[in-house]
Design a protein around this ligand. Sequence first.
Ligand code: ATP
Length: 583
Amino acid sequence: QQENEALLKLKQSFNNPASLSSWVPNSSPCVDKWAGIICLNNIITGLHLTNFGLSGKIDIQALLEIRGLRTLSLVNNSFSGPMPEFNKLGALKTLLLTGNQFSGPIAADFFSTLDSLKKIWISSNKFSGNLPATLTELEFLIELHVENNEFSGPIPDMKQNLKSVDFSNNKFEGQIPEGMAKYGNSFAGNEGLCGKPLAKACNQPQTEMKENNWMMKAIVALTVFIALAALFLLIKPKRQDDDFVVLEKERKNNEVVQVHVPGSNHTKRSESGRKGGDSKRGSRNGMGDLVMVNDGKGVFGLPDLMKSAAEVLGNGGMGSAYKAAMANDLSVVVKRVREMNKLNRDAFDAEIRKFGRIKHANILTPLAYLYRREEKLVVSEYVPKGSLLYVLHGDRGASHADLNWPTRLKIVQGIARGLAFLHSEFDSYDLPHGNLKSSNVLLGNDYQPLLNDYAFQPLMNPNTAVQAMFAFKTPDYTQYQQVSHKTDVYCFGIIILEMITGKFPSQYHSNGKGGTDVVEWVFSAISERRDAEVIDPEIASNAGSSLNQMLQLLQIGAACTESNPEQRIDLREAIRRLGEVQV
Ligand SMILES: Nc1ncnc2c1ncn2[C@@H]1O[C@H](COP(=O)(O)OP(=O)(O)OP(=O)(O)O)[C@@H](O)[C@H]1O
C-alpha cells in the first residue's frame, strides 16, 4: 500500500502524466498492471517509463519508498534541469536517462553511493563538465553510455571490463588512457581527444601537428602511388612487343592514348579486339590485363586507372580498397584482394562474369577484374554516399540526418530484396553472400541499398575466408562449426539491430571489444519488457504512431539473430514479416 501511494506521489510530481492513467488509487501496480511498472513475484523491481511523454520534477523521496527498485528508465521523455538525486537510490542496478534534456555538471562523488550499478545510460542529454571520477569505482559496471552530451575534460581510466561503452560526440579532450584504446569506435566526435585508438597522436605543439598532417597526407599519397606503381609493375608484361608496352611508348611520345571511355576526351585509336574475342583474357586487347565484365558504365583499361587521381578508402579483412577518379568523370573502386587462389584463371573468370551479368536494383555489379597469381583486383563503380556503416555512424552530417525511420525501413527492405536475389542466384553456395555487414551495403543517391562483396567464399582460400568473412564470426561457425544460408540471415539481423538501435555492433570488431553487443542488449531489453528503450533516440524521439512498427522491426532483427540456427527464422519468413512493417 505504501508503495502504491509512493507511485501516486511520483505521478503527481510529473507534468502531463496522461500516459500514467492506469496509476489509480485502490488498485495494485503489479496485479492491475500499471503502465511502466515491472514486478517480480509481486514486488516492484523496475520503472520503465520510456517514451511516456513525461516532464516536470521527479519525486526522489517517493522513489526511495519503493524498496525493490533496481531499474529506473526515463528514456525519451522531456525531463530537464540538473541531474536529480538518483544517487540516493543506493540499490539501483540500471539507470537509463537517455534522450532527455538534463543539463549541467554531475558532481564528482555522484556515483559513490551507487555501487550496485551495472548499466548507466545518460546519452543524448545536455550534461556538461567532467565525467564524475567515481564512475571508475563502480565495480559491477558493464554498460556506460554518455554519448551526445557536452561533457568535457579527460576520458576516465575505467578499469572495469565494459561490454558496451560510448563517449562519442562530446567535448572530451586530452589523451585517451592506454587501457581504454580497446573501446575502438567509442570516441568519435571529440575534437580534443588524441592517442590510440584515434589516428591523432598526442603531445605535439599545434604547428608541428599541422606539419604532421601534411606529412600524413604526403605519406598517404606516396603509399597510393607506390601501390599503383607496384600494380603496374606486376601487370607489366615481360614481352617487349606486348600491347601494354606499346601503349606506354606511345604515351611517352605524346601520342594519343589507346583507351576508349564513353564521354572522355581520349581519342580512340582502334576498336578492334576491345569487345568480345580476346578480351576474355584481356592481355592482348590493348588494355593491359583488365577484363571488363560489365560495360554498362563504359569501357576502360588499366592505363585509365594508372592516370586517375587515387585515394585509399580502407583496408578491410579481404584486402585494401582504392578510389580512382578517371578522366571521364567515372569514379571506380579498385578492391585489391589477397589470397583468392582457390580457382584457376578460367574458373575465376567464369565466376566474376556471372557477377558482372547481375542486374538488380539492390546489388552492386562489378565492372572489371584483373587476375594475377599473387592478387586479384575487382573494380566496381564508386558510390558517392558511401556505406551504410559510414552514413549511420561515421559523420553527423546531412546524410546521417536523412536516416529517418521511413528511410531506415526502406534500406532494410531493400537489403532483404538484394539478399533474396543472391539466395536464389547462388542457391547452391553455402553462403550466397557471406560477408554481409553495413560496410558492404552502399547507399545510392536515393538511399537504395546496394549489396557489395558478395558470394566470394568459393573464390577464397579457406583459411582466409574464415579470417576475413563476417559469416565466420557468427555463432553458426564459432559455436556450431557450420555456416549455411541461415548465416546470412544472422548477418542481416545484425544490420537490422544496428539500424534500429543506431549502435555500432561490437560484432564487427574481431576481438568483440568496443561498440555495443547489439544482440545481447536487444535480447535482454526484450526479456525485461523494455524494448522501446533500445530504439535509436534519433528516430524514437518523434516516433508517434510508428513506435509499434519500430518495435516490430526490432523483433524481426532479434528473430534473425537467434544464436541457434535451427531456432532462427529463415530469409523467407524474415521477408514475410518485413512486408508487414509499415512506415
Ligand atoms: N563501390 C564503393 N563505393 C563507395 N565506397 C566503397 C565502395 N566499395 C567499398 N567502399 C568503402 O571502402 C571502404 C573499404 O572497403 P573494403 O571493402 O576494403 O573494406 P570493408 O568493407 O570494411 O571490409 P571487407 O574487406 O571485409 O569487405 C569501406 O568503408 C567501404 O564501405
